[in-house]
Write a protein that binds this ligand. Structure first.
Ligand SMILES: *[C@@H]1O[C@H](CO)[C@@H](O)[C@H](O)[C@H]1NC(C)=O
Ligand SMILES: *[C@@H]1O[C@H](CO)[C@@H](O)[C@H](O)[C@H]1NC(C)=O
Ligand SMILES: *[C@@H]1O[C@H](CO)[C@@H](O)[C@H](O)[C@H]1NC(C)=O
Ligand SMILES: *[C@@H]1O[C@H](CO)[C@@H](O)[C@H](O)[C@H]1NC(C)=O
Ligand SMILES: *[C@@H]1O[C@H](CO)[C@@H](O)[C@H](O)[C@H]1NC(C)=O
Ligand SMILES: *[C@@H]1O[C@H](CO)[C@@H](O)[C@H](O)[C@H]1NC(C)=O
Ligand SMILES: *[C@@H]1O[C@H](CO)[C@@H](O)[C@H](O)[C@H]1NC(C)=O
Ligand SMILES: *[C@@H]1O[C@H](CO)[C@@H](O)[C@H](O)[C@H]1NC(C)=O
Length: 573
């Protein structure tokens, strides 16, 4: 058995390029200051697995662990190496400062082990939650990672070849301080906050003049009134918006057409730093473009007499990163015609994005889009948000699953494994609401007591399409506002889901394309998360289930979409 296994690992480890890259691991950190010990990792929350590559400048044994306190004692440790008699690898745990014991249950799977140019690299995978008491319980909190290594393959005392570093594996954000990093504050200036529950203030102006393209790599909130500022979005404007503006949003002004999300922050979030290979482009060809900062003030007690100077701090650099980042807004158009009945414990809404419409707007080929981070957004009644990725009508992945949506805690998060949206894929955003404590129906709209269902996807390379969302054609739906009992609520929910969906895509020029017979594909159930002894075996995508194809009217039309969109938004305010 063992020689065969060793052969298998050897085959995996050396020959081809593809085997070297077992999975694409998006995150990396050096665990030591001399940069000899490199950790890469990635995870899939839905599959419930996490993969690590530990790479250390030695030809001896290497060890990596998750520790409750930064020491060896109580730590969950894996050790391995390439020795004279082959590859070795073990899942261990430590009860003292001596060679850690082998776990009875081996929960880590070795994917590859190499020794190249004096550097040993091992890639291994485990379930995020294993059932073994001897394994560390990985959560979305900072974890003390430990490492050690030897000069030979004989596993003896590591002496000073050891160290520790604290990293949040599941909510990772790089921390890069660039020497030439300058920043710009895009804020409002002492504006009065009106004494009403919901207020949207818009400030339209230019960024600093930059003759060549720069990349924004870090976005920090600058918050004046922590109790009132609920979310902030910075949008790029189309070129025919040429004048500054400082006033209410969505009043029918041309600045309402600034809808290209450039940066976002919502309550509970902190600073967001982009991965090292990506930056948000500003300046250069875009140096004449205006940007609209939208601040949503949530003032439930309608306090009067407050002023605010909040906004976003954008750190930017002239050292361009590999990719320019775009944000794609997906989900349900926040238009007042879409209503959610009261008394529902789990009401589902669906927003679809049909990326086959991109090529019609771009009039050219659409690249694969690599999604690396996202911000999910609903209001108070939202409980769950899921986003599915579909190819040829079948679900191939989940882009996001948040089963415990928390209105007070909304952050842009890096996804554990980069998700690829291929040309013609469909994206489905599903939100689940609980309206048992509402007296009347809830509309999709801008106020905090209205609802939203949005997923902002950060991806590269940037394309000129920025919004791709939908809403059901409501015109055939009866009893829109007040289905009273659960059966009627379910019927209504089904009607919304199976009716033709009006899909709208919009580009940087504010041109839109509308498709009036989109459909909501069937999203798979989220796999139940429980502990697992071994990482999952490869799962294949199941069929998309039954599909409802309703042909109503023609295929679509250009131009009118932006207007339709704005009409819907204005009606929602
Ligand atoms: C999770 O497991 C699946 C199935 O084994 C695999 O395809 C995927 O690459 C794994 N992802 C990570 C990040 O480990
Ligand atoms: C940018 O270009 C403008 C017009 O071409 C020029 O006046 C200005 O000096 C340039 N600024 C910088 C910083 O190069
Ligand atoms: C800027 O615009 C010019 C002309 O439209 C184009 O040739 C060039 O590629 C653009 N540069 C960038 C960085 O987009
Ligand atoms: C819905 O919300 C109510 C009150 O807000 C709560 O009591 C109930 O448990 C929730 N139901 C579900 C299914 O989440
Ligand atoms: C359900 O809806 C139907 C028609 O839309 C209505 O006649 C009926 O009264 C409703 N039932 C309840 C219990 O509200
Ligand atoms: C701005 O330009 C877009 C197309 O680029 C056009 O659809 C829209 O009508 C223009 N708006 C105004 C007010 O001129
Ligand atoms: C919605 O459906 C009605 C009735 O089938 C149809 O007349 C109307 O054109 C549809 N609206 C859109 C925007 O497709
Ligand atoms: C997306 O658009 C394509 C082409 O217009 C169409 O064939 C397909 O059915 C649409 N998909 C969905 C889910 O609406």
């Amino acid at each position: 058995m063992w020689p065969q296994l060793a052969l298998f690992y050897l085959l995996m480890a050396w020959p081809t390029e593809s085997s070297a890259q077992v999975v694409d691991l998006p995150f990396m950190e050096y665990l030591d200051s001399s940069r000899l010990v490199l950790l890469r990792w990635g995870f899939d929350e839905v599959q419930g697995n996490i993969t690590f590559t530990v790479s250390i400048q030695t030809t001896g044994w290497i060890g990596f662990g998750l520790s409750p306190n930064g020491n060896m004692i109580g730590a969950d440790i894996v050790t391995g190496g390439v020795g004279t008699s082959g590859i070795y690898f073990k899942d261990r745990h430590s009860t003292g400062n001596f060679l850690p014991m082998e776990d009875r249950e081996q929960s880590y799977d070795l994917l590859s082990m190499t020794e190249v140019e004096g550097r040993t690299s091992m890639t291994f995978r485990r379930a995020i939650q294993t059932c073994d008491e001897d394994d560390f319980h990985i959560t979305a909190k900072p974890i003390k990672l430990i490492y050690a290594y030897g000069e030979t393959d004989e596993m003896k005392y590591h002496s000073t070849r050891r160290g520790t570093k604290e990293v949040n594996l599941l909510k990772y954000m790089p921390r890069v301080t660039l020497p030439d990093g300058v920043y710009f504050d895009f804020t409002v200036d002492n504006i009065p906050i009106p004494a009403r529950k919901t207020h949207y203030h818009c400030r339209v102006k230019k960024m600093p003049r930059l003759n060549v393209t720069h990349h924004v790599y870090r976005i920090e909130p600058v918050i004046d009134n922590l109790d009132l500022v609920h979310h902030m979005l910075l949008y790029g404007c189309p070129r025919n918006v040429t004048d500054d503006y400082d006033g209410n949003c969505y009043t029918g002004n041309i600045v309402d057409s600034c809808f290209k999300v450039t940066a976002a922050w919502a309550v509970g979030g902190g600073a967001f730093e982009l991965p090292e290979e990506a930056g948000i482009p500003i300046g250069g060809n875009n140096s004449n473009i205006l940007y609209r900062l939208e601040i949503h003030y949530n003032n439930p007690t309608s306090v009067a007499g407050r002023q605010d100077s909040s906004g976003l701090r954008l750190y930017y650099t002239s050292k361009l990163r590999k990719h320019s980042v775009g944000t794609l807004t997906t989900g349900v158009v926040p238009a007042g015609v879409y209503t959610i009945p009261r008394g529902a414990t789990q009401f589902h809404t669906y927003g679809t994005c049909n990326t086959s419409l991109f090529s019609e707007l771009m009039q050219g080929p659409v690249p694969d889009l690599q999604v690396f981070a996202m911000l999910l957004h609903t209001h108070l009644a939202g409980r769950t948000i899921r986003a599915g990725l579909f190819r040829d009508g079948k679900q191939v992945d989940f882009l996001a699953v948040d089963k415990n949506y928390d209105f007070e805690m909304q952050e842009t998060v890096n996804v554990g494994n980069i998700k690829t949206i291929k040309p013609n894929d469909d994206i489905l955003v599903e939100c689940t609401y609980n309206t048992t404590n509402r007296n009347g129906y809830t509309t999709m709209g801008l106020s905090t007591t209205d609802e939203m269902c949005l997923a902002f996807l950060l991806y590269y390379p940037e394309i000129p399409v920025h919004t791709c969302w939908s809403l059901p054609n409501m015109s055939n739906i009866e009893n829109v506002n007040q289905p009273a009992d659960q059966q009627n609520i379910t019927n209504y929910e089904n009607e919304l889901r199976t009716n033709p969906q009006i899909q709208i895509v919009t580009d940087d020029r504010s041109l839109s394309f509308v498709h009036v017979d989109g459909m909501v594909l069937n999203m798979k159930d989220t796999p139940a998360v429980s502990c697992r002894s071994n990482p999952p075996t490869v799962t294949t995508a199941s069929s998309g289930g039954s599909r409802h194809r309703l042909d109503v009217g023609g295929g679509g039309g250009g131009g009118g979409g932006a207007l339709l969109l704005l009409l819907l938004l204005w009606s929602a305010v």
